[in-house]
Write a protein that binds this ligand. Structure first.
Ligand code: RP5
Length: 171
């Protein structure tokens, strides 16, 4: 049975982040989902500053129709793991590049989950945010033909753009 919600405009993906300061990075996930026509929502939800909001967000995510949560955080980046602890909705973790340690702290905080509570962890920063969105779209593609077609078209355009601009000496 397709996982299509009753309201087709209802968000299928939640993009959450520990702070407004993470938006510079996480906007790249939102841009990709916009471009692929994936309905999504964006929230600041902090594991440390608003833990009760985080628990409620995770606990209600599946019932609200979310099929993936992209969670970005930096430093002591506990948000993706704590969300994953409270929901069966797949959590895609994006390590935000921290000022002090360039995001290595974020990466290790997110990737080193104990067996039993998985978080799919992406690259530090912009590439990770963009790829988390593409991965979420790929998860949805099996049940949503429009998203599958948009993803295939994006990849085709990307291939053509590289092939059509393959002499690095040309400006
Ligand atoms: C984390 O602390 C956030 O995800 C952010 O990356 C980091 C710094 O937050 P701010 O001090 O900029 O609000 O929770």
């Amino acid at each position: 049975m397709p996982a299509t919600p009753a309201n087709p405009a209802a968000p299928l993906v939640g993009i959450v982040m520990g702070s407004r300061s993470d938006w510079d990075t996480m906007q790249h996930a939102a841009e990709r989902l916009d471009a692929l026509g994936v309905p999504h929502e964006v929230r600041v939800v902090s594991a440390h500053r608003t833990p009760d909001v985080m628990f409620e967000y995770a606990a209600s995510a599946g019932q609200r129709g979310l099929r993936a949560i992209i969670a970005g955080a930096g430093g002591a980046a506990h948000l993706p793991g704590m969300l994953a602890a409270k929901t069966a909705v797949p959590v895609l973790g994006v390590p935000v590049q921290s000022k002090a340690l360039n995001g290595l702290d974020s990466l290790l905080s997110i990737v080193q989950m104990p067996a039993g509570i998985p978080v799919a962890t992406f690259a530090i920063g912009r590439a990770g945010a963009a790829n988390a969105a593409l991965f979420a779209a790929a998860l949805l593609a099996a049940d949503h033909g429009d998203i599958a077609a948009a993803l295939a078209a994006f990849r085709q355009r990307q291939t053509e753009a590289v092939a059509g601009d393959d002499d690095p000496r040309q400006p």
